[in-house]
Ligand binder design. Structure first.
Ligand SMILES: [Zn+2]
Length: 239
């Protein structure tokens, strides 16, 4: 189906204008571009409701998606974290933390609906290549996202181990009790630094891997160019 992207962009930017002053404007603009990129066919699925967007924004974008008769699938947060290296109790804790959250997966075609539903029926567990493909992000960057997540988990486990002298029962109690875990050793600080090293592209909502940042890999640059083409062809606003 073809959409009037200029008109839809106009509606989304009007919606943005009605948001309060305390919103993260750049995050919502990235969402607008992602929504349009899904309609334009750059990405199969627009992931909605997983960021820090205010509730009325989430609701109004859902209303727009309904007006456009798009497929809207509510489901759990997707998670491709490779938990294999972590103890079972820690893996279960991470999965339990994600469980209360819901997101909306918005797409256009039946084949994508099937793919989204199969991930959702696996409680949001999926492979990294599948997540990259469905969300339309470079696989190298999705890999890097989960590598950062693994650094975070390694750092967390290292802190728990240090605080409890390796007593697994106490480690579990601490993490489940939501203790504030501050890195102290060189190893812990390194893991946390790596976990929070974020590089955003010029456009779009993924975080770039080191190769894309150095331009030794063109995956992010190619995708940014597709966004720029979309913006130019449709006469859309950059921000
Ligand atoms: Zn990359």
């Amino acid at each position: 189906m073809s959409y009037d992207l200029s008109e839809i962009s106009h509606q989304l930017f009007e919606l943005l204008k009605r948001q309060g002053a305390d919103i993260d404007r750049s995050e919502l603009i990235a969402e607008i571009h992602d929504f349009l990129a899904m309609l334009y066919g750059i990405k199969p699925v627009f992931l909605h409701g997983r960021g820090l967007a205010p509730e009325n924004w989430i609701e109004e974008v859902l209303n727009l998606a309904r007006d456009l008769e798009l497929e809207i699938i509510e489901g759990p947060f997707w998670d491709a974290t490779p938990y294999g290296e972590f103890p079972n109790w820690y893996h279960e804790h991470c999965r339990a933390e994600l469980k209360p959250y819901r997101a909306w997966y918005i797409c256009q075609d039946a084949e994508t609906v099937d793919a989204v539903q199969s991930v959702n029926s696996a409680n949001g567990r999926l492979s990294i290549p599948k997540e990259a493909k469905l969300l339309g992000y470079p696989e190298c960057c999705v890999n890097a996202h989960y590598a950062r997540a693994s650094h975070y988990h390694r750092g967390t486990l290292s802190i728990l181990k240090r605080l409890t002298k390796g007593n697994e029962k106490q480690m579990q109690d601490l993490v489940r009790g939501g203790a504030h875990l501050a890195p102290e050793t060189e190893k812990e600080i390194k893991h946390f630094d790596a976990a929070f090293e974020i590089h955003e592209p010029e456009l779009g909502s993924w975080n770039m891997c080191a190769s894309c940042v150095r331009s030794t890999n063109q995956a992010s640059a190619t995708l940014v160019q597709q966004y720029l083409n979309l913006i130019e062809e449709c006469g859309l606003k950059l921000g």
